[in-house]
Design a protein. Sequence first.
Length: 139
Amino acid sequence: MFGIPGDGRYGVRPIYVEDMARLMVDTAAQEQNSVIDAVGPETFTFEELVRLIAARVGKAARIVRMPTFMAYFGTYLTGLFMRDVVLTWEEYKGLMSDLLAPQGSSTGETRLTQWLSENRERIGRRYASEVARHYTIPA
């Protein structure tokens, strides 16, 4: 079961981490200031993205649409249990405001659909804590 805040029709243009790193290095070498959208070549609605990932890893995803605050509260509780921050309220607002799917050309080259096909055996095998990457968490 996967809870989706709102109607799930807001857009997402995922960018591959190595494409993002290349973009950052290239941008740092520029002398002028600029604003660049870091986006991949594919656009999905959030619901399409969830269904795509589930299909590529061979899992059924029962989609449950819920009010945004309920979805946030669920991820907040999950974060407390996991001793992590899953998504912040600001990230929810940005996601649902289509901030992750700006118009314009792609700054990344790697297609998520291709990457998922090539890496499906490794996806979701272990939990990656954002907090643990940055801080030592006492046992």
